[in-house]
Each structure stands twice: as structure tokens, then as C-alpha cells.
Write a protein of this length. Structure first.
Length: 151
């Protein structure tokens, strides 16, 4: 998996669950009065793991396709013994996206192999047929994701 991304990443770990956050780098601040003002929204949710993966890295990706490359943004956190982690992507341009998450056990790179954990919003370890997460202007979309073990 190529790790090319736009924007920056901030990570926070809270209490009984992990919270990992991606925050966009903003619009075109040099031209604040232009006619086309970009519209942004956010997406957040809980990622549920089938088993704890302490010591591994949980990542979440938002992208306009499911190819695992050149994604719009990625957030990650170091796993503890928790089974649930909360993610948040802010300042996402309005549109339709794929949102998915995973843990590559013992290996930080893809593609996913037997025993790895992977989950797309709404469809488990299989990608949806089309982008199924809608980011609306000034709104926060809730997308909980359940990870499944790659057989
Ligand atoms: Ca992509």
C-alpha cells in the first residue's frame, strides 16, 4: 500500500478507547473572497475489532475509491487491549467516499493477508460496490465500522 496522502494527521488516545483524528489542512486561505467557497463535512464512528491487537497499528482511510492507494486521508493509532476505537476525519470536501479500516497483524504494509483485520463501512471485509459514505456540507456523518478477520 502506498502511503501518499494529503493534509496532516493528529493522534489522540483517550480513556477506555482510542480516538484517532485526521484534520484537513484547510482551504485556499490566500483567496478568502473567491466565488466558489468549498464545502466541507466530517465523518466519525467507532471501529470494532473482533479481538484485541495490542502492539499493532489500527488505521482508517477515507478515499474516493477502494484501491488502497493514493487515498484522501489516513489516520492511525497504536492499539492497546481495546476492542473499540473512535475515529474522526474533519474538513473533508463534500462528496461520496469509501471509509475503511484495518489492522495488518505483524506487518505495517499491505495488501491484507490471512489473519489481518479489515472492514469497510457497511460491508465488512468486502468493499462496497460504490462509495457509500456521503459527506454533506457542515455535517458530521456517523459511520461505524466492524473489522473482520481475513480468512
Ligand atoms: Ca485511492
Amino acid at each position: 500500500m502506498k502511503h501518499r496522502m494529503r493534509g496532516f494527521i493528529a493522534l489522540v488516545i483517550l480513556g477506555g478507547f482510542g480516538l484517532f483524528i485526521w484534520s484537513g489542512c484547510g482551504g485556499d486561505d490566500d483567496n478568502p473572497v473567491s466565488g466558489n467557497i468549498p464545502k466541507f463535512g466530517a465523518v466519525t464512528g467507532i471501529v470494532t475489532l473482533p479481538h484485541a491487537t495490542k502492539g499493532e497499528v489500527l488505521w482508517a482511510i477515507i478515499d474516493d475509491d477502494a484501491d488502497g492507494e493514493e487515498y484522501y486521508a489516513v489516520a492511525w493509532t497504536n492499539c492497546e487491549d481495546y476492542l473499540t476505537y473512535e475515529y474522526l476525519f474533519t474538513h473533508v470536501p463534500v462528496g461520496k467516499y469509501y471509509v475503511y479500516a484495518g489492522v495488518f497483524i505483524g506487518d505495517s504494509d499491505g495488501p491484507p493477508e490471512k489473519g489481518d483485520l479489515l472492514g469497510y463501512y457497511g460491508t465488512g471485509r468486502t468493499p462496497p460496490n460504490s462509495a457509500n459514505v456521503i459527506i454533506a456540507d457542515s455535517d458530521t456523518t456517523l459511520c461505524n465500522i466492524t473489522l473482520e478477520v481475513i480468512p
